[in-house]
Design a protein around this ligand. Structure first.
Ligand SMILES: [Zn+2]
Length: 92
């Protein structure tokens, strides 16, 4: 199960949706320019054990509106999952 949200600067957590029309992640109305169903872009991606983070920017006005958080299902952690999926065979 993956959980995708945007945490806005005011502390609100909004579920991240994919707009079928333009295929971008959307946050509803932009808190900076009020554009409805606006897309967001993520920059400065980072992660911890099970969650990716990126700074969220409105694609209409380029304002930094919060942080994208995508939590994935993992037992051993994101780095170990990437090592197993993209690296050499590991023997435990
Ligand atoms: Zn905006």
């Amino acid at each position: 199960m993956t959980r995708s949200i945007i945490c806005l600067h005011d502390g609100k957590a909004i579920p991240l949706r994919i707009n079928q029309a333009h295929g971008a992640a959307t946050v509803g109305a932009c808190p900076a320019c009020s554009t409805a169903d606006v897309g967001v872009s993520g920059r400065n991606q980072r992660h911890d054990h099970d969650t990716y983070y990126a700074d969220a920017y409105c694609i209409a006005c380029c304002a930094h509106i919060g942080t994208i958080e995508v939590t994935v299902s993992t037992i051993f952690g994101i780095e170990e999952d990437q090592a197993v999926l993209n690296g050499r065979v590991r023997v435990y």
